[in-house]
Design a protein around this ligand. Structure first.
Ligand SMILES: C[S@@+](CC[C@H](N)C(=O)[O-])C[C@H]1O[C@@H](n2cnc3c(N)ncnc32)[C@H](O)[C@@H]1O
Length: 305
């Protein structure tokens, strides 16, 4: 059996707590995000599209539908496992000849030649990249003049750190001691795994880095929402225990086990379970779509709906 890396394990399983129904819901939620990135990318038949941090190929395979028989999609990722999985999907679609698979970090796209692609897409990847300015510089380098980037990123610095009385959006004011210890385990594990990259930037940084990379025509759409429902509304308790909010984070169940003894785990679960099962929480989230053109006509990329 192949050893799955943390990116593949998270995308394929831990992100959904192993719950297929939750996976279906999440992917349905992501469809409009995918469609907007593709729309912003303004892909034309014959284009070469580079999808950076392709994951399971959600954006890359959508792009493939737009490049036509003469176009190409280059799937790049740091995960061998995910690249292999994309290659298998491409083969099953009979599209291997229009796809390429490149192992590279977003900030070091060395295998991709300068001015060799028409479009760069990326979704929820820069949050994991330490040197985001370098990544935008690489996107600029690999684009031909007139080429475009279209990206989507969560702006996690909007909702984090959570207030002391909240954990994953749930009200933990009644169990402050337990919540603080679970939070400490989560924070420590994430810091050790390099997850500070997920909260160390906002939409203004992305604009600034895009401009510094050389893009002169840039559009950005920022959306921030605060809602009275938990972001995980509808998830079962079992799936919640197996859920991890990102590839660098332990699952809820793992964090509980590390932070609490058995009696404390029962107390924690007794408080959390009804909240989780009834979706009683609050969510603060912000996201950004950014589109930019390398030189070219100067027309402003449309990011609005
Ligand atoms: C949240 S997933 C997004 C996957 C895909 N873009 C999508 O829209 O479903 C993040 C992806 O970024 C990849 N990744 C993580 N660090 C990266 C880096 N430094 N450079 C490029 N890709 C990276 C992971 O392997 C994973 O496939």
């Amino acid at each position: 059996m192949r050893a799955a890396d943390r990116w593949a394990t998270w995308l394929q399983d831990r992100r959904y707590g192993g719950d297929r129904e939750w996976k279906t819901k999440t992917l349905a939620w992501l469809e409009p995000v995918r469609d907007r990135v593709i729309e912003l990318a303004a892909i034309e038949a014959g284009d070469t599209v580079l999808d950076v941090g392709a994951g399971e190929g959600m954006i890359g395979f959508a792009a493939l539908d737009h490049v036509g028989d003469s176009g190409r999609v280059v799937f790049s990722d740091v995960s061998d496992e995910l690249l292999r999985s994309c290659a298998e999907i491409a083969a099953s679609l009979g599209a291997s000849d229009r796809c390429e698979f490149v192992k590279a970090a977003a900030s070091r796209l060395d295998p991709v030649a300068a001015s060799s692609v028409d479009v760069v897409t990326t979704r929820s990847v820069l949050i994991y990249v330490e040197d985001k300015a370098a990544a935008l510089g690489e996107f600029f380098r690999v684009l031909r003049p007139g080429g475009r980037i279209a990206l989507f990123e969560p702006i996690n610095s909007f909702g984090r750190p959570e207030p002391e009385d909240r954990l994953w959006g749930y009200d933990v004011a009644a169990i402050p001691d337990l919540a603080a210890r679970v939070r400490a385990v989560l924070n420590e594990a994430q810091a050790a795994a390099g997850a500070l990259t997920m909260t160390d930037f906002d939409e203004r940084d992305l604009l600034r880095w895009a401009e510094a990379a050389g893009f002169r025509t840039i559009g950005l759409r920022y959306e921030a929402t605060i809602t009275p429902e938990a972001g995980l509304s509808g998830i079962s308790w079992e799936a919640f225990l197996g859920f991890s909010p990102n590839p660098l984070c332990p699952t809820v169940g793992e964090a509980m086990q590390q932070a609490l003894d058995r009696a404390e785990q029962r107390r924690f679960a007794a408080h959390m379970r009804p909240l989780v099962e009834h979706g009683e929480g609050a969510t603060r989230s912000a996201t950004v779509y950014l589109a930019a053109t390398k030189g070219g006509s100067g027309a402003s990329p449309a990011t609005g709906s």
